[in-house]
Design a protein around this ligand. Structure first.
Ligand code: IDP
Ligand code: MG
Length: 156
């Protein structure tokens, strides 16, 4: 099981898409184990996006991410990091495939609705940036017996 960090970016919140986008992840079978509405500070944006510092879009990205509140989610599931990236679609809304979140809800390249961690290392680092100790609550869900096949002794 993996846990990944998802951010519903300011455009998603302003456009009233918190429910619609969160539903995509829930309908897939991912478990919401952390969730909050928050503002991202300059310092947090800089730390979160430090790998992009110096790129042409960096200043605009930090301005965008700090402009209005976001919703941060911790999502848990088998292969959750890659599963979420697939659900999100390609980075640019104009290029993202239909059926993906970015492909279905947006057309902008920078206002692309959602962030998702791209590796186990990034997920661990980003979850620690956005959630304090004790804010991620990964209890058992009753529906997991139907979301996963447990007949072999472990979820498949
Ligand atoms: P990702 O969000 O699909 O992982 P990254 O390359 O990590 O994409 O870029 C981080 C964010 O920076 C993107 O989600 C998007 O909001 C913004 N971004 C990336 N490349 C561009 C660009 O060429 N123009 C404008 N914004 C960009
Ligand atoms: Mg990225």
């Amino acid at each position: 099981m993996e846990t990944t960090l998802i951010i519903l970016k300011p455009d998603a919140v302003q456009r009233g898409l918190i429910g619609a986008i969160t539903s995509r992840f829930e309908q897939k079978g991912l478990q919401v184990v952390g969730m909050k509405l928050m503002r991202i500070s300059q310092e947090l944006a800089a730390e979160h996006y430090k790998d992009h510092a110096g790129k042409p879009f960096y200043a605009g990205l930090v301005r965008f991410m700090t402009s209005e509140p976001v919703v941060v989610l911790a999502l848990r599931g088998m292969g959750a990091i890659g599963v979420c990236r697939n659900l999100m679609g390609a980075t640019f809304g104009s290029k993202a495939a239909a059926g993906t979140i970015r492909g279905d809800f947006g057309i902008s390249n920078s206002f692309n609705l959602v962030h998702g961690s791209d590796s186990p290392e990034a997920a661990a680092r980003e979850l620690a940036l956005f959630f304090k100790q004790g804010e991620v609550l990964d209890g058992k869900r009753a529906i997991d017996q139907w979301v996963y096949d447990h007949s072999g002794g472990k979820p498949e």
